[in-house]
Ligand binder design. Sequence first.
Ligand code: ZN
Length: 403
Amino acid sequence: MRYVRIDTEADPNSTSFPSSEKQKDLARMLSQELKDMGADDVVMDEWGYVFATIPSNSPKQHIPTICFCSHMDTAPDCSGKDVKPILHRSWDGSPLILPDDPSQVITVENHPYLKGKVGQDLITASGLTLLGADDKAGVTIIMELAKHLLEHPEIPHGRIRILFTPDEEVGRGVEHLDMKKLDADYGYTLDGGPLGEVEDETFSADAMTFNFTGVSAHPGYAKGKMQHAIKIASDFVSSLPKDRWSPETTSNREGFVHPTAISGGLEAASVSFILRDHDTSKLNDYAQELQNLAADVLRNYPGASVTTQRVEQYRNMKEILVSCPFVTDYAVEAMQKAGITPKRSIIRGGTDGSRLSFMGLPCPNIFTGEMAIHSRQEYVVVQDMQAAVNTLIELVQRWEKHI
Ligand SMILES: [Zn+2]
């Protein structure tokens, strides 16, 4: 509840790093608390990354170093200024009316996950802001783990690295991360939702832009000459299938293409897309299918043309994690030992872990209890956070038995 009071909203329009300087306020606070609890090598670097070490207390050599990672920033989709967290102790199941905007009501109907949570403790915001449980629930879980391990030296574990990142929500979380400085072998992000979930698959993602060039002419004398780029781009977007291949018509393992921006005038117009699928090879098919649609449209506009650019964004972490399945398996085992029913699931998006996995740190994602994220009805169940801490305590002991 202290961490969410600190405004760490990321700024998607900024080119600096971190995108908003205020993210360092939380970074400084976390660094100080890690120092106070006796963690080693506590550093906040110039970019705002926070690193710390909990040294091995095992007599064994060569236990892999495990990193636990969460992001400190909050999503710009919803205000993160002046967050006033409210703790609802042993919730009785009745609708939670958020006091600063009574139109914001959290009910079991709107949030079916809450069905099994009557009698537990919930934290919500007050109605005007998001809560920031995404990902300060993850931050809190890692801080609790550190505190617990440092207070209980009898729990055997190898070397543990802690990493807090800025700017995950604007897709730049690992932009300036120094992997040598991080110096870890395997990792876990704490940034998942429902109790028991562990995710080791993300989308693979590309961005693609279509730039149409029309044929311009004076509108008074354009008959038979003008080919209008706005109309070409509009036809192209209209030619996308309505019943498939879009975010609003797909779920689970189905991929999609999604126009994110359109701009232009008479002479030139462009349409930007994101391409998403769990199967990376399908992104080529998607790019080709879009090219075919564009070519079909251009047949009706003689003299007009199109160029495209395609940029890789991130790749499915599974491509890395298949070569070290024990990383996810240990998380599953740890949950079972902690009395939690594990549920393997896939992410229809990316995480910092997608990039970290390809930067040399295989990195699945573990639940935190954060729910209804990026909204004013965001909440977290305290007992879910405790269950995540218990999972990590089991997990570090499982890694100690790795060799
Ligand atoms: Zn998050």
